[in-house]
Design a protein around this ligand. Structure first.
Ligand code: BES
Ligand code: ZN
Ligand code: MN
Length: 518
């Protein structure tokens, strides 16, 4: 008990970031020791890429690659020691037809992951591989993301060192270093920070991350960033506005819910904002419809949608993007305390539509009903995209490589699909049949939360969409399967993926207005 209290105290006093991120730098000159990372798509490329090596070393690398029968497929690696002045030469395969940014990020991520325990400097030989500043920045983003770790609650232990190379800088070596360095500060660093923000909050245990703590962490992250206004509606304010849906979800917990609104208007950005609404359940026990024990701990990450939308606005604002965007995070615990909602309860959402709650574990759509109807009315947005770890059904259907995309607005859907493709955060479009509406009719209220007569993920999507005017372009992303990974990817270490920040950052920057009629 005392240990727990001490832990909570510790958590509330240490700085925002779990640790200082591994430094990423750009330089026209390679360090002459440490690790050299060599991206190669074929044996022939060694001639042009290996200019940082003397002739003898290059020949030694060439022979080692042949002897190992190295396959140049993306993210394959070969580690060579004892060549030239380098402690290690790490060859990273780059062949394959992934989109350009994905390929570049994967090189950086692989370099960071495979050298995580190196104490010395790491140099990525990017000359001849990445031929413009933007490409170099993407390698840097990959390196930051691949090198992520969350060490906040681990004590020093010599037998199990924290990431030893965490302080060792990764230098991306290219003649375009100077240009890349300034672009890195304005864009690459901001995007990495948006993803880190999401990962940190998802990983943070629920005893630390209450709805109020989420708000505090958001305010800290945006400190000093211009063009941003942050509001957090508390319980009395939500009562006055008639947000009885999120209030009903929050009633089972000692820790009150919040509706967090982060608006960013970039210089030169005109017109209506894009609204990004996120499900922010700080712990989903299921409530009175309680979940089974196995893996319930993962529900500390049931606020991944909220983390993604706030992380996206953080990235856009920190980089000064000329866009107008609003993140609305519906933050609440879902607990079975004495005041908790009961199955069968009827509540009125913002705007007055009534909901019959048959299963208190379908809480995400309930809190989002208030978030999207409020945002639709208040901001008259050019589009609303909601992001939620909404259903187990989407995990069954799509696993962890695709998030589910639901929309009745084809022009919006196709922009999201494109952003998914180019960011490497893939979406798969799912249907929204007209019939889901009748499947979700309630005998005593305007709508019910679940139905046996509509597929699980589609029913949830339909429910949320029904709280938005049909004229407002709207899409729903179900990220229940993509938000947490159990394997390692080049830019996503296992655990909290911080998914959808890269996708939404791309989407908002590239957004072209779509017709405002369903
Ligand atoms: N947060 C869960 C969905 C979830 C499941 C997220 C697995 C991540 C991994 C959500 O609130 C939930 O409990 N959904 C229910 C809905 C059902 C009661 C209609 C589900 O999917 O079982
Ligand atoms: Zn949930
Ligand atoms: Mn639930």
């Amino acid at each position: 008990m005392r240990r727990l209290a001490a832990l909570a105290l510790l958590a509330s006093t240490v700085a925002t970031a779990a640790f200082a991120a591994r430094p990423v730098a750009f330089s026209a000159e390679a360090p002459s020791s440490g690790v050299l990372v060599l991206p190669l798509g074929s044996a022939e490329e060694l001639a042009t890429r290996g200019t940082m090596l003397d002739a003898a070393s290059r020949e030694a690398v060439s022979r080692a690659l042949t002897a190992a029968n190295f396959r140049y497929r993306a993210s394959n690696t070969l580690s060579l020691r004892g060549i030239g002045p380098w402690s290690q030469i790490l060859v990273v395969g780059t062949a394959g037809d992934a989109p350009q940014d994905v390929r570049l990020q994967n090189v950086g991520g692989t370099a960071a992951r495979e050298t995580a325990r190196e104490d010395g400097p790491v140099a990525i030989a990017a000359g001849g591989y990445a031929d413009n500043a933007d490409a170099l920045v993407q390698i840097g983003v990959g390196a930051r993301l691949g090198g992520y770790s969350f060490d906040r609650y681990r004590s020093e232990n010599p037998d199990r060192p924290r990431s030893a190379g965490q302080d060792a800088p990764i230098t991306i070596v290219s003649p375009l270093a100077q240009q890349a360095q300034s672009q890195w500060r304005s864009q690459g660093e901001a995007l990495s920070e948006g993803v880190y923000f999401a990962r940190d909050l998802i990983t943070e245990p629920a005893n630390v991350l209450s709805p109020e703590a989420f708000v505090t962490r958001t305010r800290e992250a945006f400190r000093g960033v211009s063009g941003v206004t942050i509001e957090a509606l508390d319980v009395p304010q939500m009562q006055r506005l008639g947000m009885n849906a999120i209030l009903s979800v929050g009633m089972g917990s000692e820790r009150p819910p919040r509706m967090l609104i982060v608006e960013y208007r970039g210089r030169g950005a005109e017109g209506q904002p894009i609204v990004l609404a996120g499900k922010g359940i700080t712990f989903d026990s299921g409530g009175i419809s309680i979940k089974p024990a196995s893996n319930m701990w993962r529900m500390k990450g049931d606020m991944a949608g909220a983390a993604a939308v706030v992380g996206t606005v953080l990235s856009l604002a920190r980089s000064g993007a000329p866009v107008h965007v609003v993140a609305v995070a519906a933050l609440s615990d879902n607990m079975p305390g004495g005041g908790a909602a009961r199955p069968g309860d009827v509540v009125a959402a913002y705007g007055g539509r009534t909901i019959e709650r048959l299963n208190t574990d379908a809480e995400g759509r309930i809190v989002l009903a208030d978030a999207v109807s409020y945002a639709d009315r208040r901001f008259r947005p050019a589009a609303i995209v909601d992001v939620a770890t909404l259903t187990g059904a989407i995990v069954t259907a799509l696993g962890s490589d695709y998030a589910g995309l639901f929309s009745r607005h084809d022009a919006l859907a196709s922009q999201l699909l494109d952003a998914g493709e180019s960011s490497g955060e893939l979406l798969w479009r799912m249907p929204l049949n007209e019939r889901y509406a009748s499947a979700m009719e309630s005998p005593i209220a305007d709508i019910r939360d679940i139905s046996e007569n509509a597929p699980g993920a589609g029913a949830g999507a339909h429910f949320i969409g029904s709280f938005i005017s049909p004229a407002t372009p709207w899409a729903h992303l179900d990220i229940a399967g993509t938000s947490w990974r159990t394997d390692n990817q080049p830019t996503v270490p296992s655990g909290a993926a911080g998914t959808t920040v890269r996708l939404l950052d791309r989407f908002v920057r590239d957004f072209r207005p779509v017709p405002t009629a369903g």
